[in-house]
Design a protein around this ligand. Structure first.
Ligand code: NAD
Length: 333
């Protein structure tokens, strides 16, 4: 296969540390990649006066693929989330998060094999918030038929392609009868076209309980935006933490690969961030680029490092640095 061009967004906090690790591992597979590095977030704000420079959108549209580190979003004030804006501006409507138990990781369960598919463009992330009066605020949860049908179709297509047995739509339609009601209506309509895949519905709070008690019973989870965000972190906790789970944001002919974790300001700069999620995001990216064999090699190398329990970072019970763990993976590629 020829050379691929990929946009590299280092992000901030632990972003540059783990993105660099992923870049090294991807390169070690021998797949030829030309990286176009672009800043976003606070660094871009200082340099270009905006946290989301047009150049970043342009490069990603042109290349069609990006590997992205986490970007800090100020809490309660300041600029809106760059990550959310990127997903919306580029129409990356599906957020795909495979959550699997890692042999060798002291997670609570050894039989987790979930795929979380999160609607990525609307719901409570519409950004429509306002003051009603001096003591009252409102946020709009926007759910459209178009986006709901599209994400449901994505989930069932994914399940069919990957021979998954069951899709569970996650909702709170007992309370949010119109918005989550529409999401469910669309999921049911699409489910009818996939008779070989079992379709279920679960209220989000009950699902969280079930996930904690018996995660092995679940398969593909089709989630509206906010529930998908929350359920993803819960699921990551079941398999050993946020440092382990990768994600893909997928649209029409375009995709951005990242970790599900954020910029982890509490450990940034210490060189102890777990690079696994970002390395596995790199493997997902290679698979998307058609480089299946290289992607498999990375996954196997990461698994071996965990099975042997060698040079793991502190979050998964070791005492290695990000660089040492990256080198351990590198030596098995
Ligand atoms: P976080 O995911 O950054 O951190 C939560 C906890 O998990 C912290 O204790 C952190 O140290 C730990 N952790 C996360 N990644 C780790 C890793 N690779 N190795 C070891 N430990 C790890 O969540 P947060 O603290 O709520 O958010 C921090 C910032 O990140 C916020 O500004 C938030 O908006 C942003 N964020 C960005 C993205 C993204 O860009 N995709 C996603 C989530 C959060």
């Amino acid at each position: 296969m020829g050379k691929h061009t990929v946009v590299l967004i280092p992000g901030d906090g632990i972003g540059p540390e783990v993105v660099h690790a992923a870049q090294k591992i991807v390169e070690a597979t021998g797949v030829e990649i030309e990286w176009q590095t672009v800043e976003a977030g606070t660094k871009a704000l200082e340099k270009y006066g905006t946290p989301l420079p047009e150049a970043l959108l342009k490069s990603t549209r042109r290349c069609g693929v990006a590997l992205k580190g986490p970007i800090t979003t100020p809490i309660g004030a300041g600029f809106p989330s760059v990550t959310v804006a990127l997903r919306k501006r580029l129409g990356l409507y599906a957020n795909l998060r495979p959550v699997r138990s890692f042999p060798g990781v002291p997670g609570r369960y050894q039989d987790v094999d979930l795929v979380i598919i999160r609607e990525n463009t609307e719901g409570l992330y519409s950004g429509l918030e306002q003051w009603v009066d001096a003591d009252t605020t409102e946020a709009v949860k926007r759910v459209t038929r178009g986006a709901s049908l599209r994400i449901a179709r994505f989930a069932f297509d994914y399940a069919r392609r990957h021979r998954r047995k069951m899709v569970t739509a996650v909702h709170k339609a007992n309370i949010l009868k119109l918005s989550d009601g529409l999401f469910l209506e669309c999921a049911r309509e699409v489910a009818a076209d996939y008779p070989e895949i079992e379709y279920r519905e679960r209220i989000v709070d009950a699902l969280c309980l079930n996930l904690v008690l018996d995660p092995g019973r679940h398969d593909v989870l089709l989630c509206p935006n906010l529930y998908g965000d929350i359920v993803s972190d819960l699921a990551a906790g079941l398999v050993g933490g946020l440092g382990l789970v990768p994600a893909a944001n997928i649209g029409e002919g375009m995709a951005i690969f990242e970790a599900i974790h954020g910029s982890a300001p509490d450990i940034a700069g210490q060189g102890i961030a777990n690079p696994t999620a970002m390395i596995l995001a790199g493997a997902m990216m290679l698979s998307y680029l058609g480089e299946e064999e290289a992607a498999n090699r990375i996954e196997k190398a990461v698994q071996e490092v965990y099975i042997r329990g060698e040079r793991l970072t502190p979050d998964v019970g070791g005492s290695a640095t990000t660089l040492e763990m990256t080198d351990a993976v590198l030596s098995r590629i």
